[in-house]
Structures are given as C-alpha cells and as structure tokens.
Design a protein around this ligand. Structure first.
Ligand code: AMP
Length: 299
C-alpha cells in the first residue's frame, strides 16, 4: 500500500556554528517523502515555483516518489532560512518567504483520493483540512504541525486534530497547546481532543506514543555527531508512515516498530545538511541501525 504525503516543498538555507548551506532541498513533505520511500511507494502533493532546481526533481524521482500531485506554479519556491546555536536543540527562523505557497490549494489527482495511508505533514491546518475533504475513506491519517499554527491558526488546528487518527507534535508544542508541563498529562489532554494515537517528539531524547495499548517510549538512535537536525521530525513521521503502510497486520500491532524505523531514518537525516545523508542511505543501513537500537534498549 502506498502513502500520500502533503506538506511543504521548500528551498532551505541552513546555518550552523560550523557551516552554511543555501537553497537545499527541504520542506516537511520532502523530508517525509524521502524517509517514507525506503519502505513504501509514496505520492507527494505540494507546490514549487519555476525556480525549483531540476536536480531536486530528479532526487524525488530517484526515490520513486510519484510527483503527479506536485504543482509547478509561476513564481518562487517557498524559501525558509534557519540558524542553529551550538546546542542544536535551539534554532531560530531567519526568513520565511512563502512564494508560490501563498496561493497554494492542494488538489488531489483522482488516484490519490483513495490512498489508505495519509500523512498531513507540517503545512497550514486549513490546507490539511482541504486535503482531508477530498479523501475517500482513508484507513489511517496522521497530522504533524508546528508552533506557528498554534500561534496564528489555533481554531483550524483544533478542528483538524478531531479529524485525524494520529497527531504528532514536539514537546514544546504539546506544552503550548495543553498548558501542561508534564508530558503524560499533556498526552491525556491531547487524546481528549480527538485522536486515538498521540506522539510527542522529544528531539534527541526520542518520542513517546500514547495509544490504545498505553504508552511506548521510542528511543532516538545515539548519534555522536549531529550536522543538521532540520527535517528530523518530518523524517521520523515519514519513515513511520512508510513502514506502517506496508507492514502486515493492523496499525495497532505495528505502530511501535514503525516508530523505531522512523527514529532511525531521522538519525540519518541529522547526519548531513538538508536531505544530503538521507538520500544516500539504504533500507539495509536502516535495518542495521534498528537492530543496534533494539540491542541497546532491550532489558
Ligand atoms: P523540522 O526541522 O522538523 O521542524 O522541519 C523543518 C522543515 O520545515 C524545513 O525543511 C522547512 O522548509 C519547513 N518549514 C519551515 N517553516 C514552515 C512553514 N511555515 N510551513 C511549512 N513548512 C515549514
């Protein structure tokens, strides 16, 4: 089964204390789609401008990503610039140039409307709603978000949370949304807002799932060097959805393992700028790290 991924398709300019890299392939949907492609066929829905480099289209294609839903509009591709501190958990946004994103309406090609697995990667919640309105009874829908939407589109976001099976957010967003400092109390409140599965991402400290079978603490792969964590969250949820969509059995049975695969895929993302390392890895490399993670967390 394939996974449909809708989100931002961007050019990212990233500055770390060690280096600076302009106009890399980025965006929530790009990171999620490449991550998911190691496990399942992926359909990408997004928008880019006429300036979008052909080499990036080729990169999507190299990963077998279906681009029928990728619109190319007159104007400039969404451009995001961010800068990291020495502690890579701290990042500030330098620039957000919406470009063609400003007038973007995601239109789903007919064949996309029946996709069983849908990832609404980070994008304005109104657009996430618009995608769901076009879907024909999807089996499992997960939405991701960011603090910006909590600040400027809270009502839309709260409405969206009611409509999805799974909701993914990071710990500071969970705190902002629920006013709870304690992560388990926050999970309880998030369930009351609608979704059956809630995942709180905690960066290099892994993630926590709360679902019908209780909690699951998913570790992060222990990296000794992080080059650029941009897109790690998107890679995590993309890898998880890719794995889920092809695993035998139902979501309830597979979600823990899917998170571990997502976590390992996200670690590859952190080892290079933008998508540089993720695109170089293989399913075999991912499997090796999953086994390592299993060995160091078993007791
Ligand atoms: P993450 O590191 O998981 O927070 O994701 C970083 C990605 O989010 C980058 O590739 C950006 O292009 C993308 N991004 C940044 N701001 C926005 C926004 N306002 N809407 C959608 N995507 C964004």
């Amino acid at each position: 089964m394939s996974v449909l991924i809708v989100g931002s398709t961007a050019l990212d300019s990233i500055k770390t204390p060690k280096a600076e890299n302009p106009r890399l392939l980025g965006g929530s949907a790009s990171h999620a789609a490449v991550a998911a492609s190691f496990f399942a066929p992926v359909k990408l829905v997004g928008v880019v401008g006429e300036d979008f480099p052909k080499k990036y289209v080729a990169l999507y294609k190299k990963h077998g990503i279906d681009l029928t839903g990728l619109q190319i509009q007159p104007g400039k591709t969404f451009h995001w610039a961010g800068e990291y501190e020495l502690n890579m958990n701290n990042r500030r946004t330098l620039t957000t140039e919406l470009g063609v994103f400003e007038k973007f309406t995601p239109h789903l090609p007919e064949k996309h409307k029946k996709s069983p697995f849908v990832l609404l990667a980070n994008i304005a919640p109104a657009l996430q709603h618009h995608v769901l309105d076009q879907m024909n009874k999807p089996k499992f829908v997960v939405a991701d978000t960011m603090d910006l939407w909590l600040n400027i589109a809270l009502e839309d976001l709260v409405g969206l949370i009611k409509r999805v099976d799974g909701f993914v957010l990071n710990d500071s967003e969970a705190h902002q949304l629920t006013k709870e400092d304690n992560v388990f109390a926050a999970l309880k409140k998030l369930h009351k807002m609608g979704p059956k599965y809630v995942i709180i991402k905690k960066g290099s400290h892994g993630s926590i799932l709360s679902g019908p079978d209780g909690f699951f603490i998913c570790p992060a792969y222990p990296l000794h060097k992080v080059v650029d964590p941009t897109g790690a969250g998107d890679s995590f949820v993309g890898g998880m959805m890719g794995y889920l969509s092809t695993a035998k059995g139902d979501v309830r049975k597979n979600i823990r393992k899917a998170m571990v695969y997502g976590s390992v895929t996200a670690a590859f993302c952190c080892e290079g700028f933008g998508l540089n390392q993720t695109t170089k890895t293989t399913r075999k490399n991912i499997d090796v790290r999953v086994r390592e993670l299993e060995a160091i967390t078993r007791f």
